[in-house]
Design a protein around this ligand. Structure first.
Ligand code: SF4
Ligand code: SF4
Length: 64
C-alpha cells in the first residue's frame, strides 16, 4: 500500500518531501511524486501519514 499525490491539486510547496520518513517523495520534473515502492504509509514511524498531515491542500496526499 502507498499514498499518492494528486498532481492537479499540488502547489509544489515541498513541505511533504521533508516530512516523509521513508524518503519516498521527490520532485520529478514539475511534480512532486511518491514512489510507491518506498512509501510505507508511515507504518511503524507515525500514527498518521505525514505527507497528508503537513500538506496545506486538503485531499492531495491520498491512498493510491
Ligand atoms: S504516507 Fe508516509 S511514507 Fe508514504 S509518502 Fe506519505 S509520508 Fe512518506
Ligand atoms: S505538501 Fe501537498 S501541496 Fe506541498 S508539495 Fe506536498 S503534496 Fe504538494
Amino acid at each position: 500500500m502507498a499514498f499518492k499525490i494528486i498532481a492537479s491539486q499540488c502547489t509544489q510547496c515541498g513541505a511533504c518531501e521533508f516530512e516523509c520518513p521513508s524518503g519516498a517523495i521527490e520532485l520529478k520534473g514539475e511534480n512532486y511524486v511518491i514512489d510507491p515502492k518506498k512509501c510505507t504509509e508511515c507504518e511503524g514511524a507515525f500514527e498518521t501519514q505525514q505527507c497528508a498531515s503537513v500538506c496545506p491542500v486538503p485531499k492531495t496526499c491520498v491512498p493510491a
